[in-house]
Design a binder for this molecule. Structure first.
Ligand code: SAM
Length: 228
């Protein structure tokens, strides 16, 4: 029988609790490259969407790329390896900021990345504009407040997702685009779609994959561009 939404959310919480047992920094290999994972940071060892987005992200040559919520920095590193000119990466979790800096060094791209701590676009000035803004969003919809690590997977009432979408145009260049990591099984796509419509974006799915957390799930990469 297909799990109900509460069971999906409990499944994600269970995987997160498993990841929290790691008390020391450890190594993972993603698409043939080594990355370190700090305790208290969203971990590609336990969550398989990181590798999917790292692989599928359609990076344009020489683009200015903003990643919200880099976590370990894996996707940012691959965006640079795949041709981005510069990456700015902003995470609300200070451990993720340090983790991203270390992985950028480990993969020899530290000269092409700026890593900042803050809430969505808050560390940026109004002149900071990008060709692409990507966020593998915390697509689990919950109502209660969450801890700093839980913010990696749960977004209370989708308040952060809403801000990400409604303020995006302030930081997109002309012809810029949003790339959104999401799960239509673990997240509420109808709310995301409504935000995008209200903010004047049209959306399409670029890639999807079947995976397993505690239950079978889908992960999707969406592209959103201004409607006119
Ligand atoms: C699903 S994880 C993705 C991590 C990484 N991009 C990956 O794919 O492995 C979401 C990330 O968003 C960060 N985050 C959550 N809320 C945020 C906010 N309001 N502003 C910036 N980053 C946020 C989390 O700390 C976490 O690193």
């Amino acid at each position: 029988m297909k799990p109900n939404y509460k069971e999906y959310i409990e499944g994600t919480a269970k995987v997160l609790r498993e990841s929290e047992k790691e008390s020391e920094k450890y190594e993972v290999e993603i698409l043939g490259r080594k990355f370190v994972v700090y305790p208290n940071v969203f971990s590609p060892k336990y969550f398989f969407d990181t590798e999917f987005f790292a692989k599928e992200l359609p990076v344009q040559k020489e683009e200015d790329f903003l990643e919200i919520g880099p976590g370990t920095g894996t996707v940012s590193v691959f965006a640079l390896i795949n041709g981005a000119k510069h990456v700015t990466a902003i995470d609300i979790n200070p451990a993720a900021v340090e983790n991203t800096k270390e992985n950028a060094k480990l993969n020899d791209v530290e000269d092409k990345i700026t890593v900042l701590q803050g809430d969505i676009y808050s560390p940026l000035s109004e002149d900071d504009k990008f060709d692409t803004i990507f966020w593998n969003t915390p697509f689990g919809y919950v109502e209660e407040d969450v801890s700093i690590l839980e913010k990696a997977v749960f977004d209370p009432e989708y308040k952060s997702t809403k801000k990400f979408i409604f303020e995006a145009k302030n930081h997109l260049k002309k012809n810029g685009r949003l790339l959104i990591g999401f799960s239509t099984t673990l997240g509420k796509f109808e709310i995301l779609e409504e935000f995008l419509n209200q903010a004047g974006f049209k959306v399409r799915c670029l890639a999807k994959t079947e995976s397993v957390e505690t239950h079978p799930v889908l992960f999707e990469l969406f592209e959103a561009v201004p409607s006119e």
